[in-house]
Design a protein around this ligand. Sequence first.
Ligand code: CMX
Length: 134
Amino acid sequence: MLTKINHIGIAVKSLEDSLLFYKDNLGMSFAGIETVEEQKVRVAMLQVGESKIELLEPTSDDSPVAKYIEKNGTGIHHIAYEVSNIEDAIAKLLEEGVKMIDLEPRCGAHDTRIAFLHPKSSGGVLTELCQCSD
Ligand code: CMX
């Protein structure tokens, strides 16, 4: 069902401050910043080899990522696994009794369709399914 890890999401307070570390100190290539209005986050995607790191900055105090930072501090927020057919993946997980936050895909960053599993079903790790556009 899963084809690879698409990205690791990291909650930060400021993209610009965090980019100094990831882009300048670690030398990751930077693919630009995008705002996902619906989820109240600004997202910066960085690439290292085949792997991607997604920095998430809340755009308002009521953003879910702002709430996450308030409760847990900055740090790893989610792991996103790539799937080739997200509807099939959601249906399979539901059939197996996995609790989903998203019963239907929603829009993610960089032209993807995504769905979150409930952390109760994944040992407290927020887990995302992610289907890239063809
Ligand atoms: N890690 C672990 N647990 C988390 C979590 C995280 N990062 N974020 C939320 N939770 C927990 C909550 O504490 C809550 O637990 P309880 O049910 O025990 O209280 C549960 O998950 C549900 O969270 P919620 O905020 O109450 O539920 P919502 O449906 O309102 O939102 C979610 C869930 C995950 C979508 C939202 O919290 C969130 O993080 N949104 C931002 C998503 C994001 O990262 N978008 C970026 C772009 C996407 C991309 O392309 O990758």
